[in-house]
Write a protein that binds this ligand. Structure first.
Ligand SMILES: Cc1cc2nc3c(=O)[nH]c(=O)nc-3n(C[C@H](O)[C@H](O)[C@H](O)COP(=O)(O)O)c2cc1C
Length: 311
């Protein structure tokens, strides 16, 4: 299958492995790219030198396209961009910030730029900023989330109506969901949580095991006064809930969050005290599988259902 997304990234399947802090380093990104999809390095948890090393290792591990996810709220963003302009990965996915700030600079260097959005208004702004495509992330998706709580079922058609550039849907874990997203108008999918449950993800094994045991209702969006984030309901989540019920201010919540919560949970494996970012799709993920097998399984299910989509 060829469409605007496969052509834009020069990949075999319109499947993108999302950039994820403490999960998607060069090992995961290159494994996904070698499997014919697009792997992204998640720079949000990397010091600038680590980012350079991951880009270089990814270049050595695959001759297929790969990219870097850059959350624009990252404190050392200038240094990250500088490294990207020097190392020139072919693709950059920006998120959590204004796409106007860096898109033109990156594109001048021949880099394909995609921005992650949670509304059609932001999708239009990304198109105006010169982005080559957008990822539209619904309320179900893992990690940081839009304030408006728009679900994928509404968001994808709305964004497809708002822009002419290709739309990639988030919050997906299976071939059946991928087909549904494509029927809604998406031309590709960005998959995060499912790839956490792979040996190549750098997430702690305890976190991976928790993800595959997750049931419906085990995740919720929290910390809306700061940056809304979908996470697993654990002891830390309960502490945030309790603080919010007591009327905690944003500053008090920031204090409670402290520094390094996400690393503590997802990388160090402290399942009680850490922040465990994951999507609603965790309820559909049943096993830890090699990244290439995940790509193959999603694609095979998609192709099979495409022949006979309705029951
Ligand atoms: C563990 C984890 C870490 C994430 N870190 C980032 C990040 O650093 N930058 C970003 O733009 N999105 C991040 N996200 C969101 C993903 O890029 C992706 O949009 C999302 O996972 C898609 O939804 P899904 O988890 O339901 O597949 C993260 C998601 C997860 C689950």
């Amino acid at each position: 299958m060829q469409n605007r997304v496969t052509r834009l990234f020069n990949i075999d399947y319109p499947i993108i492995q999302a950039g994820m802090i403490w999960a998607s380093g060069w090992r995961l990104a290159s494994a996904v790219s070698n499997a014919g999809a697009l792997g992204l390095i998640g720079s949000g948890s990397m010091y600038p030198d680590a980012l350079r090393e991951h880009i270089q290792k990814c270049k050595a591990a695959t001759n297929r396209s790969f990219g870097v996810n850059v959350p624009l709220i990252y404190p050392d963003i200038d240094k990250h961009i500088e490294i990207i302009l020097e190392e020139k990965p072919p693709i950059v996915f920006t998120s959590a910030g204004n796409p106007k700030t860096w898109t033109a600079r990156l594109k001048e260097q021949g880099i394909t730029v995609v921005h992650v959005v949670s509304s059609s208004k932001f999708a239009f702004k990304a198109q105006e900023a010169g982005c080559d495509a957008v990822v539209a992330e619904g309320f179900e998706a893992g990690g940081h989330n839009g304030r408006e709580e728009t679900t994928t079922m509404v968001l994808i058609p709305a964004v497809c109506d708002a822009v002419n550039i290709p739309v990639i849907a988030g919050g997906i874990a299976t071939g059946r969901q991928m087909l549904a997203a494509m029927v809604l108008g998406a031309e590709g999918v960005q998959i995060g949580s499912r790839f956490v449950a792979s040996p190549e993800a750098s997430s702690h094994l305890k976190f991976k095991d928790l993800v595959i045991a997750a049931q419906e209702g085990d995740t919720q969006v929290s910390l809306k006064q700061l940056t809304p984030v979908r996470m697993m309901k654990n002891k830390f989540f309960a502490a945030v809930q309790e603080a919010e019920q007591r009327g905690a201010t944003a500053a008090q919540l920031q204090d409670l969050l402290g520094r390094g919560r996400a690393k503590k949970g997802m990388f160090d494996g402290d399942l009680d005290e850490g922040e465990l970012e994951i999507g609603q799709v965790s309820a559909l993920i049943k096993k830890i599988q090699p990244a290439a097998e995940i790509v193959k399984e999603i694609w095979n299910e998609f192709e099979t259902l495409l022949q006979q989509p309705l029951k």
